[in-house]
Design a protein around this ligand. Structure first.
Ligand code: DX5
Ligand code: ZN
Length: 219
């Protein structure tokens, strides 16, 4: 059964605690927190204080996606703030292996993310050192972008590589996930679906949007 991780990037920030509680009540598995620095990606979002505040109001695992340069400088602080998983980008740190080890040494699950143009070879020698492989299916930086169709083939390849090397690592897809492609993505290999604008939008309630995504995947 695939896990669903609502991305609060598309939530109403003035009512963040309530929105997360609503997502939790509706059956969200994780809460995905997009941290952006205005350098690795063009956008700036939130940092440790938001993770810390959320850890006080939800029991759900906080899945922290660091879209920042030199993420190793902040790993300990995000761990202390209450992150359950910390994912760094292969393109953003000179010492990926060391950074993954640092994350695990903080007692947090370690994730590695790659942008749409980054070779999947990155994962080959690192499967044993990570708990989560995050495949970006849009270019990172903004919610509500169109899913990059080419990602389907990448996901299939990533799944084969993962199954052979470390079946315990989870594969997460992030960007443009909707009820229209969710079932396919799970079939192609995704264990965790991140969804921002498909869950937090003005078209439906958080509960109904989450139910639609769950229904698309599970029938
Ligand atoms: C994009 C972020 C995503 C974003 C996904 O850089 O990493 O987590 O919130 O948003 P949607 O689901 O709207 O594409
Ligand atoms: Zn994300």
């Amino acid at each position: 059964m695939a896990l669903i991780a609502p991305s609060i990037l598309s939530a109403d920030f003035a009512r963040l605690g309530d929105q997360v509680a609503e997502a939790a009540a509706a059956g969200a598995d994780w809460i995905h927190v997009d941290v952006m620095d205005g350098r690795f990606v063009p956008n700036i979002t939130m940092g440790m204080v938001v993770v810390e505040a959320l850890s006080k109001v939800t029991d759900l695992p906080l899945d922290v996606h660091l879209m920042i340069l030199e993420p190793e400088r902040y790993v300990e602080r995000f761990a202390a703030a209450g992150a359950s998983l910390i994912t760094v980008h292969a393109e953003a740190t000179p010492h990926v292996h060391r950074t993954l080890q640092l994350i695990r040494s903080c007692g947090v699950k370690a994730g590695l993310a790659v942008n749409p143009a980054t070779p999947l070879d990155w994962f080959e020698d690192l499967w044993g050192d990570l708990d989560l492989a995050l495949l970006m299916t849009v270019n990172p930086g903004f919610g509500g972008q169109r899913f990059i169709e080419r990602s389907r083939q990448r996901l299939e390849r990533l799944r084969k590589s993962r199954d052979a090397a470390n079946p315990n690592a989870l594969i997460e897809v992030d960007g443009g996930v909707s009820p229209g492609n969710a079932a396919d993505l799970v079939k192609l290999g995704a264990d965790v679906l991140v969804a921002g604008s498909a869950i937090f939008n003005s078209r439906g309630s958080i509960a109904s949007n989450l139910a639609a995504l769950r229904h698309a995947v599970e029938g």
